[in-house]
Design a protein around this ligand. Structure first.
Ligand SMILES: C=C1C[C@]23C[C@@]1(O)CC[C@H]2[C@@]12CC[C@H](O)[C@@](C)(C(=O)O1)[C@H]2[C@@H]3C(=O)O
Ligand SMILES: O=C(O)CCC(=O)C(=O)O
Ligand SMILES: [Fe+2]
Length: 327
């Protein structure tokens, strides 16, 4: 297997970080971030609270569901028939909004859980702003905050997701993949934890425990396993950033396979723009005469369409400008 782990590793304090990030996002749409400055205790506090939840009896966890859009979900991913060997909590990133469902489950200590989530999200958001500023700098995008302002916006969709009740705050997910002992008997067979997909947003920031399972799809369509590293973050380019860079940066297809022995816990922050934002290639990035590869759409339009799609669908396909026949 390729030495992917060294090809896509970026030290946030390296003076060359902006160039390495751009290279990794062009080639893989993915990289591992080290020396990021987020204290390890933020990880471990949240991990302890998450495991406290996932270790509850099933009937208690079910009281925190369904994930419409916040709350607990088990095996069903989204609402269009996708399934995986996973249970999860979908949460909002806005500390002001607390979900009555998680409150129900964390009867004794909802504040401890919420504060572990908030402390983690604040730190991760700050780091994500810095990462997209480095992307802008590396691509010589003007103004330098063209991407970070979208994530910093109060109405940013690190926050919003369409739900049956309209728009509401979402942008954070805790995934738990229990071990599946039956897998050992099925030697060589894979069990899908979270099926292949791209993330619709601008950027996703993932951290997991020390259990493997995450795989990314390379340009040549081969899948490679990402060695776990519980001290680092893994950054994904999402569909919106692919469009805003007119295809220069690549929204990475990824998936998670379940393990027969170890459980995997991952926490992911999804950074998206405000709902009304037009998702178009950034003008300062376009060469003279270069045309957008995509039709114009707002983030709300894209999300609405994405949430009607199946996990593995190529969601950007509907928004690509197809060359006219015969030209
Ligand atoms: C099958 C689905 C789950 C998903 C919404 C969708 O209809 C298609 C995109 C999926 C995805 C992938 C990245 C994130 O995990 C997620 C929260 C997102 O924004 O888009 C999920 C959605 C979900 O689990 O609801
Ligand atoms: O749980 C993981 O490690 C990745 C899950 C993922 O890609 C997602 O939730 O979008
Ligand atoms: Fe994902």
């Amino acid at each position: 297997m390729l030495g992917v782990s060294t090809l896509y590793m970026v030290n946030l304090r390296d003076p060359e970080a902006k160039n390495l990030i751009v290279k990794a996002c062009e080639e893989y749409g993915f990289f591992k971030l080290v020396n990021h400055g987020v204290p390890m205790e933020f990880f471990t506090n949240l991990e302890t609270e998450a495991l406290r939840f996932f270790n509850l009896p099933q009937s208690d966890k079910d009281k925190a569901g369904p994930p419409d859009p916040f709350g607990y979900g088990c095996k069903m991913i989204g609402s269009n028939g996708d399934m995986g060997w996973v249970e999860y909590l979908l949460l909002n990133t806005n500390p002001q909004i607390t979900s009555h469902k998680t409150h129900t489950v964390f009867r004794e200590n909802p504040e401890i859980f919420r504060s572990a989530v908030n402390e983690y999200i604040q730190a991760v958001k700050r780091m994500a702003f810095e990462v997209v500023e480095l992307v802008a700098d590396g691509l010589e995008i003007e103004p330098k905050d063209a991407l970070s302002r979208l994530l910093r916006d109060d109405k940013s969709d690190s926050c919003f997701r369409l739900g049956s009740t309209g728009t509401c705050n979402l942008g954070f997910r805790l995934n738990h993949y229990p071990p599946c002992p039956e897998l050992q008997a099925l030697s060589g067979r894979n069990l899908i934890g979270f099926g292949e997909h791209t993330d619709p947003q601008i950027i996703s920031v993932l951290r997991s425990n020390n259990t493997s399972g995450l795989q990314i799809c390379l340009k040549d369509k081969t899948w490679v396993s990402v060695p776990p590293d519980q001290t680092s973050f893994f950054i994904n380019v999402g569909d919106a950033l692919q469009v805003m860079t007119n295809g220069r940066l690549r929204s990475v297809r990824h998936r998670v396979l379940a393990d027969s022995v170890s459980s995997r816990l991952s926490m992911i922050y999804f950074g998206g723009p405000p709902l009304g934002e037009k998702i178009v290639p950034l003008p300062s990035l376009m060469a003279e005469g270069e045309e957008s590869l995509y039709k114009e759409f707002t983030w709300l339009e894209y999300k609405t369409s994405a949430y009607k799609s199946r996990l593995s669908d190529y969601r950007l396909g509907l928004f690509e400008k197809k060359p006219a026949a015969g030209l």
